[in-house]
Design a protein around this ligand. Structure first.
Ligand code: PMT
Length: 210
């Protein structure tokens, strides 16, 4: 019997706490990543979905690992030992330098928040085949080419998160598949599940796309 390829998908936001009740985060709902996990499972991949704090139902046939912070997400991606990584998560690039064990009182806060860098999960991962996303506010292609090269990606799915019907929270997305050589394939406005199915199809075509 043929062994299934294992795909790890990151989804949703991360939260970077400064105390038990306060954190830095972003508006990602996980819809894009959950759609990728569903499409990949339907296409026959063994899927591990590493999800930040979101309120979505796990797609059928998918193993889900819930995490909160970027460092937890990184550890879960490493532990999955996957053949393919599809990184849809909106990972916080920075975290507070320290996290208080108890809720900080107003008087204990100075008004200045000291931050340190989080790991770049996609860049650091040694997974053989990596597909990233680029969330931009405006023209996204040039930035996606840069990310392809910097993070050693097979391709990058660029979305302008300020475009109508695209980006955070909504059921649809308008994306461009961008390759390291600068070629770009623009897709029309589609449901996130349809975008996810296109990503899985592009993966299956692999490097033979030309
Ligand atoms: O979850 P939804 O509400 O459906 O919204 C979907 C989405 C807008 C979150 C999604 O379509 C999207 O654009 N995801 C990527 C968000 C992002 O953080 O992009 P970026 O350009 O900052 O990061 C580039 C890539 O590196 C991404 O694949 C990201 O997952 C990855 N990354 C970034 C920083 C970091 N520390 N670790 C990472 O792995």
């Amino acid at each position: 019997m043929e062994t299934k390829l294992r795909m790890v998908v990151t989804a949703g936001p991360t939260r970077e706490h400064l105390d038990p009740v306060r954190f830095l985060s972003n508006p990602s709902t996980g819809r894009m990543g959950f759609a990728v996990a569903r499409a990949a499972a339907e296409a026959g991949y063994e899927v591990v979905l590493v999800a930040g704090p979101v309120g979505l139902k796990t797609p059928k046939g998918v193993v889900r690992v819930d995490v909160v912070s970027a460092r937890e997400m990184f550890a879960a991606v490493e532990a999955a030992k996957a053949d393919i990584l599809v990184a849809t998560a909106a990972v916080a690039d920075w975290r507070p330098k320290s996290c208080a064990k108890k809720k900080l009182k107003k008087g204990e806060m100075s008004g200045v928040l000291e931050l340190v860098r989080n790991p770049d999960i996609l860049k650091s991962s040694k997974v053989r085949r990596k597909i990233g996303f680029a969330a931009e506010t405006g023209e996204a292609v040039a930035e996606a080419v840069r990310k392809c090269k910097e993070k050693n990606l097979e391709f990058c799915v660029a979305n302008d998160v300020t475009a109508p019907g695209a980006g955070f929270g909504v059921a649809t997305n308008r994306v461009v598949f961008v390759y390291p050589d600068g070629t770009a394939k623009r897709l029309p406005l589609l449901s996130k599940l349809a975008v996810a199915r296109r990503i899985v199809a592009a993966l299956q075509r692999g490097r033979s796309r030309k």
